[in-house]
Structure formats: structure tokens, C-alpha cells
Design a protein around this ligand. Structure first.
Ligand code: FDA
Length: 400
């Protein structure tokens, strides 16, 4: 049986980074993945450019950008290996990058730059890799983990599970990490798709399906008054429902049967604007609306009520108020999500109460670690999930 100081299962963002750092700290590390390629999600991330971190991440207040049953769990790892630390590493590797919207940092060229960075870090640490290699069983005895793999049995006193969540099964996602957690008696917070488009009942959605492809800035909200979450982002209409950053962000907080509230003309004071128009304009209401929302949306919207399909000076105050109210307070209940096939991440996962926030080691199972997305730590859209992968991988590597 080949033995190592640490075995890492999952050669994604967290696993590669952790293995590389641990190797550079002098450990003999084996990294195993069942997929033929490393870091498939890094490859497809950020539209192929990898949104690798976010400058606005405040490690002292992680609840601002992360959710989970204990959103402050990630504070320790995020403060010890920060966005600045990863940016410095990106600079050392000579990877050009730029800042987009709201602190999001993307590579200038391709996400392959980041895969090369991760592989180079592993090489610098002498990490051995087996891939594609399935794991068939894990046993713990006499203080070490014995792992049955396609390539024969291997053993180590430390086992790091970095197999991510359930999103995008077509490129290797599996429930492996949750099964390992349960095997060792650790609780798992029920996983659910997050950062995911939302869908609506076919018939009810029919009037809006014609808007597929339309994008506009909105304010979107969900939750009761006490727990309201709101985002000011772009919305995208699709054939089956809603997507775009606004919806992806709110989807992580949305619960089945809960309504969403959308302001499709944020900041426009629409009712006042339409009343003013009424005093001096003979234009169709749809044309007046088009000053505040895209013309396609204005056209589709006025078709919902005969009282809105006329010149603005002929409309009643009541009809204009109803129109403004419906555009700036559109309430609708999604029937579901597009599921793991389209979700960028999986919310839920290994219960953080089972893990040390300093080392990511299971409190009740010495030598067993969980890092990255498999843990019940979910970041907002915008580079937060990769930063959690880097920070949790780094924190774990220090403890191995
Ligand atoms: P990750 O999923 O990266 O890696 C898990 C690894 O484990 C995989 O290599 C898999 O093959 C392996 N594995 C799974 N089951 C196994 C088993 N049974 N045996 C062996 N190996 C197994 N985030 C962000 O911050 N910025 C961004 O731009 C994007 N963009 C983005 C786009 C898209 C389309 C998606 C789907 C996701 C993103 N994300 C993102 C999210 C980000 O990709 C994700 O949070 C991280 O990759 C999580 O890193 P992990 O290493 O935890 O899992």
C-alpha cells in the first residue's frame, strides 16, 4: 500500500490549491479525481475568463457576501488567506486581470491561465496526481485513512475532501463529499441549487416568454420584512423564466412558494412621471414608458390591460397608477429553479458545526477535512466562491 502524509480527493479549485500549498509546506501529497481533466469548473467559470476573487470581500463581515447556517464560519479562513493574497499570487504568475462590476476580478485572457497557476503550484509542491481515478471506499483504522481506488489502495493520516457540490453533473459533480461526511457521522445541511435561474408555470409565463433575451437593470427582493434580501442588478428574461445576475443572486435566498418582488424601473418614480406626461403629451402610454424601460418591455407590458393601450392624456389616473405600481412592484412566485444542471453552486453541504473554522477538520473525526463548496458556505455571484475555495484550501493545508 502506498502511503502519503495527506490525500486530497477532488482536483477542483479548492483541492488543487490545498494540495499545492501542503506540498510546498513539505508534505507528501496525493491528489485524486475521477474526472479526466482538472478544474473543469475553473475552465468554464466567469464566461471562460474566471472571476477569481472580489475586492469588496470584507473578511470581518463575511455574512455580507456568504450564506449558510452559520455565515460567519468562513471568517477565520477568509481573514488568514485574503483576496489580496490570491491577487498577489496571480501577479506573481504574471496573469493579466481587470476589475469589472462591483469589485469582481477577471482574467484578461482565459481561465486556462488560472488552471496553469494551480498546476504550477502543485508541481512546486511535488504533488502526485491520479486522474481519472475513482474512489471505491474509505476506511479509518489505527489513525489512518485507507482508500480503495482504481489505481489500488493508498493510505494517509489526513484525508481532505474537496469534491465540491452537485452543480453541473455533466462535468463531474457528485454527492461523494456528503456521503463521506455521513459515513463518519457528520451532519449535512440539505443541499439545494443556488445561483440558479428561476422558472415559472408555462401558461402563466406565456405573456413574458416573448421577452426572452431582454436584459434590464432592476431591484429584486425576497423574504419577509425581517429577513428581506434585495439586489440591484441586471435581470434577463428567458423562455422558461428569469435569469441574469439579479435572479442568480436572489435565487440563493429564495425558498419554494415565496414571492419575488421586482422593480423594473428602479429609481424612476414612474407614477409621477406618467402623471406629468399626461398633462402635456399625446403619445401612447407604451411610448412614454419606453423612456424608463426597454421599448420591448413597455410594449409587452401595456398589452396586459386595455386601459393601458391608449394615449397617455386619455388614460385615467387610476390606470396610470396601476401600471406604475405593477411595473415597480411586480410580485410573482417562481414554480422552481433550473436545478443543478444550470446552478453555479450548491447551497447547503457539510454542516459547519461539525468542522473547525480554523483548520476545516471534522471536530469528531481526527484527520478528516472538508474544503470548498462541499461545506455549507455559499458565496454571492462575483468571485466569492473561488475565494472561499482558495481560503479554505489554504487554511486546511496549514493544519495537515
Ligand atoms: P469543484 O467543483 O471546483 O471541484 C470538485 C472536484 O471534485 C472536481 O474536479 C470533480 O471532478 C471532483 N469530484 C467530484 N466527485 C468526485 C468523486 N466521487 N471522486 C473523485 N473526484 C470527484 N465561482 C466564482 O467565484 N467565480 C466564477 O466566475 C464562477 N463561475 C462559475 C461558472 C459556472 C458555470 C459554474 C458551474 C460555477 C462557477 N463558479 C464561480 C463557482 C465555482 O466554480 C465553484 O464554487 C468552485 O469551483 C468550487 O470549488 P471546489 O474545489 O470546492 O469544487
Amino acid at each position: 500500500m502506498q502511503t502519503y502524509d495527506a490525500i486530497v480527493i477532488g482536483a477542483g479549485a479548492a483541492g488543487l490549491f490545498c494540495a499545492g500549498i501542503a506540498g510546498q509546506l513539505g508534505l507528501k501529497v496525493l491528489l485524486i479525481d475521477h474526472a479526466p481533466q482538472v478544474a473543469e469548473k475553473v475552465r468554464i467559470s466567469g464566461g471562460g475568463r474566471c472571476n477569481f476573487t472580489n475586492r469588496e470581500l470584507d473578511p470581518r463581515a463575511p455574512h455580507k457576501h456568504f450564506l449558510g447556517e452559520n455565515p460567519n464560519f468562513c471568517r477565520s479562513a477568509l481573514s488568514r488567506y485574503t483576496a489580496q493574497d490570491f491577487i498577489a499570487l496571480v501577479q506573481r504568475h504574471g496573469i493579466p486581470y481587470h476589475e469589472k462590476h462591483k469589485g469582481q476580478l477577471f482574467g484578461d485572457r482565459s481561465s486556462q491561465d488560472f488552471i496553469r497557476l494551480l498546476l504550477a503550484e502543485c508541481e512546486a509542491g511535488g504533488v502526485q496526481r491520479r486522474q481519472p481515478c475513482a474512489v471505491h471506499g474509505i476506511a479509518f483504522s489505527a489513525g489512518r485513512y485507507e482508500i480503495q481506488t482504481d489505481g489500488g489502495p493508498v493510505a494517509a493520516p489526513a484525508l481532505v475532501v474537496a469534491t465540491g457540490g452537485l452543480s453541473i453533473p455533466q462535468i463531474g459533480a457528485s454527492d461523494f463529499g456528503y456521503r463521506v461526511a455521513r459515513q463518519f457521522g457528520l451532519r449535512v445541511v440539505e443541499p439545494r441549487p443556488a445561483l440558479v435561474p428561476l422558472t415559472f408555470d408555462g401558461e402563466a409565463w406565456a405573456p413574458y416568454a416573448q421577452l426572452a433575451g431582454l436584459s434590464l437593470p432592476v431591484r429584486i427582493e425576497t423574504g419577509s420584512k425581517k429577513e428581506r434580501m434585495a439586489f440591484d442588478e441586471d435581470l434577463l428574461f428567458t423562455h422558461r423564466g428569469l435569469s441574469g445576475p439579479a435572479v442568480l443572486q436572489i435565487s440563493s435566498y429564495w425558498r419554494p412558494q415565496a414571492p419575488l418582488r421586482l422593480d423594473l424601473a428602479p429609481g424612476a418614480a414612474l407614477e409621477d412621471q406618467l402623471r406629468q406626461a399626461k398633462a402635456g403629451s399625446r403619445k401612447l402610454i407604451a411610448n412614454e414608458l419606453a423612456a424608463h424601460v426597454p421599448a420591448r418591455l413597455a410594449d409587452a407590458w401595456v398589452r396586459q390591460d386595455a386601459g393601458w393601450q391608449r394615449p397617455v392624456n386619455e388614460a385615467s389616473d387610476k390606470a396610470l397608477a396601476a401600471l406604475a405600481g405593477r411595473l415597480s412592484g411586480w410580485e410573482l412566485v417562481p414554480t422552481g429553479t433550473e436545478g443543478y444542471r444550470k446552478a453555479e453552486v450548491t447551497a447547503g453541504g457539510v454542516d459547519t458545526r461539525e468542522l473547525s473554522s480554523q483548520t476545516l477538520e471534522a471536530q469528531r473525526q481526527p484527520g478528516l477535512y472538508f474544503i470548498g463548496e462541499v461545506v455549507d458556505v455559499t458565496g454571492w455571484l462575483g468571485g466569492y466562491n473561488f475565494q472561499w475555495a482558495w481560503s479554505s484550501g489554504w487554511a486546511c493545508a496549514q493544519a495537515l
